[in-house]
Design a protein around this ligand. Structure first.
Ligand SMILES: NC(=O)c1ccc[n+]([C@@H]2O[C@H](COP(=O)([O-])OP(=O)(O)OC[C@H]3O[C@@H](n4cnc5c(N)ncnc54)[C@H](OP(=O)(O)O)[C@@H]3O)[C@@H](O)[C@H]2O)c1
Length: 369
């Protein structure tokens, strides 16, 4: 990282194109990889093609924009690429973006922020060595904010954490007799399985295994197993029962003998997990939220009332409103609120610590207001 000195000599056209790239980035899903967008500008300053990243294992934003240009038969020699993150330099599940940029004949690259991820870093250096002009720092603040929690997870050497709650209108995740299948609509369940296909691991507490005996596999709409399956992790001091469905026969079940979310994440990270979805139940959800270890919150809200049963959360150690956890709507990946069948899918991220939300003001509001 820190592979380029931030520049200040950006044109209005480049600034506008970077805004287009930032908006495109928001179309992707959050997770193991950051949200990234890229726009190609013609030598005359016209925005030609815009790409974005669609999640781990899919082409990066730069490659996406270049592929569109190739499909259209466009000649990119002499063009400038605006990209929200330093182009990667490594061969992961996709080829290095630096190579795609050089091969396409792009002669100038402007990126917003350095890539903090060691194996990917050094892209700017490689581009310069190949004669590409490289500048950085344009819209850096917006680009950092775009992936604020992803940068935090990378710095902490832990997986990105998505928390999933499937609940009734009155925040119940199971009825009084323990039944919970299914609170969500078929469309919400299908969405959940689509997420399972792109995460590295799914995590539940021992009690959920005991009560629900879930498989926790990723399945296609027709019920058949998907080709990509996450690790199935169970967190708790008791072992996984010998006959638990979660064990499966593919070696992907993993017992984490701890009640500490940080320890569970460290063990998963050590095993290669970069994106985990915490699915429940109540005590596990609460433990991760209390520890401040949730980067993304997805709530499937069913138009159903139970009036009793298991609450989604069983306490966050908050005694007064001033200590409430504040969340903000997340426009990424299809938006903050979507209809899924009869349900609403709510998408949130932790509020920025310096948020100007008036509810965070130090002075309490007038009584009764
Ligand atoms: N609707 C949904 O989205 C959804 C999803 C999942 C589950 N559920 C429902 O949630 C219910 C289960 O919730 P639950 O709260 O009873 O159990 P849970 O959160 O699934 O598991 C609790 C168990 O996990 C272990 N554990 C690990 N870390 C812990 C920590 N920090 N704090 C407390 N326990 C920890 C403990 O077991 P050890 O003794 O082994 O340490 C504890 O008994 C079930 O009825 C299930 O149907 C609903």
């Amino acid at each position: 990282m820190a592979s380029a000195t931030p520049a200040t000599d950006f044109t209005d056209g480049e600034a506008a194109a970077m805004d287009v790239a930032l908006a495109a980035a928001l179309q992707g899903p959050r997770g193991a990889n950051p949200l990234v967008g890229a726009t190609i500008l013609s030598p005359e300053g016209t925005s030609l093609f815009t790409g974005h990243h669609r999640g781990a294992g899919t082409p990066h934003a730069e490659a996406d924009a270049i592929a569109q240009a190739q499909e259209a038969g466009a000649d990119l020699s002499g063009c400038t690429m605006l990209v929200t993150l330093e182009p990667c330099n490594h061969v992961g599940r996709t080829g290095p973006c630096t190579e795609a940029i050089i091969d396409a004949g792009i002669t100038s690259v402007v990126y917003a922020v350095d890539d903090p991820h060691d194996p990917a870093a050094g892209g700017a250096r490689t581009l310069r060595a190949a004669g590409v002009q490289v500048r950085s720092g344009l819209a850096a603040e917006k680009a950092l904010e775009l992936n604020r929690r992803w940068f935090a997870a990378v710095a902490a050497l832990r997986p990105f954490v998505t928390l999933h709650i499937a609940q009734t209108l009155d925040s119940r995740i199971a009825a009084e007799d323990g039944t919970s299948q299914w609170i969500s609509s078929p469309e919400s369940l299908a969405d959940n399985h689509a997420i399972r296909r792109r995460i590295d691991a799914i995590l539940v507490g021992t009690e959920t295994v005991m009560v629900d005996n879930p498989r926790l596999s990723a399945r296609e709409p027709d019920g058949t197993p998907s080709s990509a399956q996450p690790v199935r992790a169970v967190m708790g001091l008791r072992g996984i029962p010998a006959n638990a469905a979660i064990r499966g026969d593919d070696g992907l079940a993993h017992h984490l003998p701890t009640r500490e979310p940080k320890e569970a994440l460290a063990a998963l990270y050590e095993a290669g997990t970069r994106h985990v979805m915490v699915e429940g139940g109540s005590r596990i959800l609460s433990a991760f939220l209390t520890a401040g270890l949730v980067d993304e919150l997805i709530v499937y809200l069913a138009p159903t009332l139970l009036g009793s049963g298991t609450s989604a959360l069983n306490g966050l150690g908050i005694g007064t409103l001033a200590d409430a956890q504040r969340w903000e709507w997340d426009a990424a990946d299809g938006g903050s609120v979507r209809s899924l069948g009869a349900d609403l899918r709510l998408h949130l991220q932790p509020q920025h610590p310096l948020s100007s939300d008036p509810r965070n003001a130090a002075e309490p509001a007038q009584k009764g207001s």
